[in-house]
Ligand binder design. Structure first.
Ligand code: NZQ
Ligand code: ZN
Length: 389
C-alpha cells in the first residue's frame, strides 16, 4: 500500500429490523432541543414519522421540524433550515430520510453557528468549519449515498446552476449515529431503489478505477461489487426481499464510508459529470451517473487497461484466455452494460431532460478531478456528454 493516512470513523451504526429502539439509547446523550429533518412526506405515509416522534416524546425532547427537504437539496432550503435550527437553539439534528435529508442536516449543522455565508465558505472556498458543529443523527430510509456514515454534504444552487459536494475533512461532521433498518427501505419506488443501487456501484468504481499500485482496497471493492450485483438481481425481481435489501443497505454504507479510499488515489469524474447534469436538470442522482458512465469508462479504458481487465475478470467473471487485454476489458464493460439495462437504469441523458444545446454549459460547470486514468479537458468532457445524450 502506498501513502500515509489516518483512519477514524466515529459514526455508531445500529442495523436491523429492531434498530429504531436504539434511538432510546442515543437521545439521552444530547440536549433537549431536537430538530427533526425530513423530506416530502414519504415518512408520514409509511409510518416512520409516527414511530420516531413517539420515541422523541418519550425521551422528553422539545421538537421542532424542518420538512420538505427535496431531493438534491437547495441553498434556499439550507438558509431556511438554518433559521429554524437557530431559533430552536438546536442540540441535535435528527435526519429521517435518504441522502438528501442526511446531507442537508450536515450542511445545517455546520452553518447554525457560522457567521459567514455557508455557500461561500463551504461550497466555493471549500473551507472547514471553525464554529461549533451541531451533532447529527440519522434514521436512513433510502439506500445509496453512504451519507449515513460519511462527511459529505451536497447542495444545489439553482441560481448559479451549480451542484457541489463538500466532503468535509472533520470527522465530527459525520453522523454521530445512524439507524439502518432495511425494512424502512421497502416502500421505496423501484426507480429510486435501482438508482440507489447504481449510485453504490459507481461509488465503488470511482475509488477502484485509479492508480496502478497493489492495495487491499481494490480487493475489498471487488467483493462489495460482487455482493451488490448478486443482491441487486434478486431485489430487481422482488423488491420486498429483505435479505437482498439488507445486503444492499450494508454494501452502500461500506462503499462510501471512507474505508476503501484509504491509501489509494480515486477518480470521481463520473460524479462530477453527474453533478453538473444534476445542476441543470435536477434529475435523480444515481440516474445521472448511469447515463454518463459507459461513454466515460469506454473513453478512459485505454489509459487504465490493466485495471479494466482486472475488473472484467474479477467482478464480471470474464474468461480472458486467448483474448487481448483490450478485448477482455471491453467484455467486462459489456457485462456491466447488460446488468445496468437489466435493472432498468437510465442509459442516456436525453431521458433526464438534457438536450444537445445544454452540453457546452454542462461541460463548463463540470469540475475536473485529477485522480483518474485520464485528466479530461473541455473537449473531452463535451465529447463524453454528447455520446451520453
Ligand atoms: O422526500 P421523500 O418524500 O422522503 O421522498 C424521497 C425522495 O423523493 C424518497 N424516499 C426516501 N425514502 C423513502 C422514499 N420513498 C418511499 N419510501 C422510502 N422509504 O426517495 C426520493 C429520493 O430521496 P433522496 O434522499 O433524494 O435520495 P438519495 O439517498 O439518493 O440522495 C440523493 C442526494 O445525495 C447526494 C446526491 O447528490 C443527492 O443530492 N449524494 C450524497 C453523497 C454523500 N453524502 O456522500 C454522495 C452521493 O454521491 C451523492 O452525491
Ligand atoms: Zn453518488
Amino acid at each position: 500500500m502506498l501513502g500515509n493516512f489516518a483512519y477514524c470513523n466515529p459514526t455508531k451504526l445500529y442495523f436491523g429490523e429492531e434498530s429504531l429502539q436504539y434511538l432510546n439509547t442515543e437521545l439521552p446523550k444530547y440536549g433537549k432541543n431536537v430538530v427533526l429533518v425530513y423530506g416530502g412526506g414519504s415518512i408520514k405515509k409509511n409510518g416512520i414519522y409516527d414511530e420516531v416522534l413517539e420515541i422523541l416524546n418519550k425521551n422528553g425532547k422539545n421538537v421542532a421540524e424542518i420538512s420538505g427537504v427535496m431531493p438534491n437539496p437547495t441553498l434556499e432550503k439550507l438558509y431556511e433550515g438554518v433559521e429554524i435550527a437557530r431559533n430552536h437553539k438546536v442540540d441535535l439534528l435528527l435526519a429521517v430520510g435518504g441522502g438528501s435529508v442526511c446531507d442537508y442536516s450536515k450542511a445545517v449543522s455546520v452553518s447554525v453557528h457560522c457567521d459567514e455565508d455557508p455557500w461561500e465558505k463551504y461550497y466555493l472556498k471549500f473551507e472547514e468549519p471553525d464554529c461549533e458543529i451541531i451533532p447529527v443523527g440519522c434514521v436512513l430510509t433510502m439506500v445509496g449515498t453512504g451519507s449515513e456514515m460519511n462527511a459529505g454534504a451536497v447542495i444545489t444552487n439553482h441560481e448559479s446552476r451549480m451542484k457541489i459536494g463538500h466532503v468535509f475533512a472533520d470527522e465530527n461532521i459525520m453522523p454521530r449515529f445512524s439507524i439502518l433498518n432495511p425494512k424502512y427501505t421497502l416502500t421505496l419506488p423501484h426507480y429510486q431503489m435501482v438508482s440507489g443501487i447504481y449510485d453504490i456501484f459507481n461509488h465503488i468504481c470511482e475509488q477502484y478505477f485509479s492508480g496502478e499500485d497493489d492495495n487491499t482496497s481494490d480487493y475489498i471493492s471487488e467483493g462489495l461489487m460482487k455482493s451488490l450485483i448478486h443482491s441487486s438481481r434478486i431485489a430487481n425481481k422482488n423488491d420486498q426481499d429483505y435479505e437482498a435489501r439488507s445486503n444492499i443497505m450494508w454494501t452502500a454504507t461500506w462503499a462510501l464510508n471512507t474505508l476503501v479510499a484509504k491509501a489509494k488515489s480515486t477518480d470521481w469524474m463520473v460524479h462530477m459529470l453527474g453533478q453538473a447534469v444534476g445542476a441543470h436538470t435536477d434529475a435523480t442522482h444515481g440516474m445521472t451517473l448511469s447515463a454518463v458512465s459507459l461513454p466515460y469508462y469506454r473513453y478512459i479504458m485505454p489509459y487504465g487497461l490493466a485495471k479494466f481487465k482486472r475488473f472484467a475478470v474479477n467482478v464480471w467473471d470474464v474468461d480472458a484466455s486467448g483474448k487481448t487485454d483490450e478485448q477482455a476489458a471491453l467484455e467486462g464493460l459489456a457485462a456491466m452494460e447488460s446488468w445496468m439495462k437489466e435493472l432498468g437504469l437510465v442509459m442516456n441523458l436525453s431521458e433526464l431532460g438534457a438536450t444537445s444545446d445544454m452540453v457546452e454549459e454542462i461541460a463548463d460547470s463540470t469540475l475536473v478531478m485529477d485522480g483518474g486514468y485520464k485528466i479530461l479537458d473541455h473537449n473531452e468532457i463535451v465529447k463524453i456528454l454528447r455520446e451520453s445524450l
